[in-house]
Structures are given as C-alpha cells and as structure tokens.
Design a protein around this ligand. Structure first.
Ligand SMILES: Cc1ncc(COP(=O)(O)O)c(C=O)c1O
Length: 371
C-alpha cells in the first residue's frame, strides 16, 4: 500500500487549529456538540472488547430503518472513512479496475490509488450541473471492473442522483457482476426531502456506507457502517475489520446508539438550522457578482466557482481569507479541481457566522480579483 496524505486532511480545520478560525465555512457537517448535551450516563459501561460486528442494539437500530434489511446486513466501522477502507481493501487488488466519480471525498480516490489498482474517473462538471452521465459509466466498464464508486448525496456539490439513474447503476452492477459502492455519508442531511432509503436495499450488488459524523454533531466518536445484503461479502468485510481494529470502541457505540435512538428530534432541529442557513446562502449567490453556483439539493455544502472573465491569484486569496478575515472554505484542490472552485459549508456556522463569512469571501475577492 502506497499511502500519501491528502490535502483535505493536511489543511483541515482540526489540523490548522479550530481556535485560529472564526468563520468556519470549510466543514461538511453541522456544528459539533458537547457530550454533556446528550445527558448520557455511561458509568456502568464495562470497558470490554465490543461485539465484532457492532453492538447488537446498534445493528438493530440501523437495520430497522428499512423493512428489507436485517442486522446481519450491517457492519459497524470506525467512521465512514474506515468503512470505505474496508470495502476498497477487501474488493480491490492491483489487477482490478474500478470506476470512481470525481470530484469526490478524497479517500474514495486515494485508497484505490494506494492499492495501485486501475481507475477510470468520471468527471462531473459545473456546466452539466454536476449530473452523473450513466453512459460514461457504462462505457468505462471493463472485464476487470470490480467496483463502481459513487457518493450520494454528493460531496462537494450537494447534488442528489435521481432514482432512475440509481436504478440504472444497480442494473449495470448486476449485469457486469461487479459491486456498486454508494457513499451515503450525507444521507441524514436531506433537509428538503424525506430520508432516502439505503441503496443497498435494492440488490446484493450494492454496498452502502454511512456515518453519524455529518448530521448529528458527533464526528469525534468515529462511528460509521457498511450495509450489504451479500452475506459472504459481509463475512470478508468482517475479517478485514477484525484485522484492522477487532471491534469499535464500546464507548463510541453507546453514544452512537443514544444518538440514533433520538434521531428524530435531533434531525428536526438540525434541518431547521440548515434551511435557515441555506436561504441565506441562496441570497448570497443570487447577488454576488463574482461567484456562480449549482444550487445543492441536500447536504450542507455547495461547490461554487469564480465567474468567467475574472482573474484571481487563488493562493493569495485563500491565504488572505484566513489570515485577514479568519475565514476558511474548502479550496478546489481538496477535490482535485482548479482552485477557482471552493467548497462552502453552510451547516456548521451559526447564521451570523455564515452571514459574515460569506461577506468576508466577497470582500476578499474584491481585494484580489482582477477583471
Ligand atoms: C463522502 C464522505 N465519505 C466519508 C467521509 C468520512 O466520514 P467519517 O467521519 O464518517 O469517517 C466524509 C467526510 O467528510 C465524506 O465527505
């Protein structure tokens, strides 16, 4: 495995220091919460190894979202990040081929690269509203294709793949006897529509990955999961998990269980906040002369770009945005895109912080832009 550190992690807010950032528009989640807010007493919890698949109540709770899934279809991992790692390292070797949509969360690209497998990239473009073209996926399939990897809702654009296209992708995976990996880390951030069912419900050829990190303010407990109805594949995923970490932290699992059992009220509050901030973000993009966006439909991020006709020294801009305005966003290179693109997160900041953060982006652009 050839590991390289990813810019999105090297330059992440937690690595540069939360205390140095006043207007944090770089996050793809809602605001983190203190443990005390959960009113949870864990004094009697025995700090033993946990269940290898995940605490049975947690597996139950996750599977109970669907009438099709059972707890045996669920494997709890340490965040979606380790779930994605388990999937990639179980399914792929250097002789295998996979298809990955880009831009994407860096791990979905970097772990296959670390394995050194052959990869076809499907580039989503601003001009096509970041929509996935199923024909491009079909044409990229090879005899050695093991995996088609997508993210839905999408990071960093906040777009959602229509159900008809998802169905076509499932049919492709079945027809070519490969797996469709759907990174559904943002599934609870559907602030405009009902919660989407896990795509893994539909076929044994689909692997869904999800997480508690984005919608509940608890990324620090590192709980995510894999869902797949292929029992023999789940057995291999469990073997991978056991070799990496044996079990999850029992403390994390208890907190996760509590969060999921109280999800309805937490999500109602989170979605309300997101809707308020989304409206503000819409107003901003309706009036800013410098940036254009594809309006997101779910999640808490969007991926605007500098309008044509302007020229910008992007490195100076991002540096000054941070040092002079204490504001950060996710520059395009976090997603292997030009730095005239930036990911703006509107769910993490308070409404006041978002307002000022967006104003800061505009002021800083004004200072650095050349017509
Ligand atoms: C699409 C996607 N997948 C996975 C992850 C990792 O999430 P987790 O904190 O659950 O490991 C992220 C985090 O930003 C993400 O955006």
């Amino acid at each position: 495995m050839r590991y390289t550190r990813m810019p999105i992690e090297i330059e992440s807010p937690e690595e540069i220091g939360y205390s140095t950032i006043r207007y944090n528009l770089a996050e793809s989640s809602i605001r983190d919460i203190p443990l005390g807010e959960l009113n949870l007493n864990l004094n009697d919890l025995v700090l033993s190894y946990g269940h290898h698949r995940g605490h049975p109540d947690l597996l139950d709770c996750i599977a109970s979202e669907s009438t099709v899934l059972t707890p045996a279809d669920v494997l709890v991992c340490s965040g979606a990040a380790s779930a994605l790692f388990v999937v990639a390292t179980t399914l792929l070797s250097e002789h295998d081929h996979l298809i990955v949509v880009r831009p994407n969360y860096a791990t979905n690209l970097e772990t296959p690269r670390a394995i050194n497998c052959e990869m076809s990239l499907i580039d989503l473009t601003f001009d096509e509203q970041f929509a996935l073209n199923i024909e491009q996926v079909r044409q990229a399939i090879q005899p050695t294709t093991r995996l088609i990897s997508i993210t839905n809702p999408h990071n960093p654009t906040g777009t959602v793949i229509p159900e008809t296209v998802l169905n076509e992708l499932v049919a492709l995976a079945e027809a070519y006897n490969c797996y469709l990996l759907v990174d559904e880390t943002y599934r609870y951030l559907n602030f405009q529509t009902p919660l989407l069912p896990y795509l893994a419900q539909k076929s044994k050829h689909v692997i869904s990955v999800s997480s508690l990190s984005k919608a509940f303010g608890v990324p620090g407990i590192r709980i995510g999961w894999i869902i797949c109805r292929d029992a023999s594949l789940m057995h291999r995923f469990l073997a991978a998990k056991e070799q990496i970490m044996i079990t999850n932290s029992v403390v994390d699992e208890q907190i996760a269980l509590h969060v999921l059992q109280h999800q309805a009220s937490q999500l109602a509050e989170a979605h309300q906040h997101i809707r308020t901030n989304f409206a503000l973000t819409q107003q901003f993009f309706a009036q800013t002369p410098y940036l254009e966006w594809v309006e997101p439909t779910a999640g808490v991020v969007c991926f605007p770009r500098l309008k044509a006709g302007y020229s910008l020294n992007t490195d100076n801009f991002y540096q000054s945005l941070y040092s002079a305005y204490q504001t950060i966003v996710g520059p395009g290179h976090w997603f292997e895109q030009d730095k005239i693109y930036m990911r703006v997160g509107f769910g993490y900041p308070t409404t006041d912080e978002l307002r000022t953060g967006l104003q800061n982006i505009e002021r800083c652009l004004e200072e650095h832009i050349k017509p």
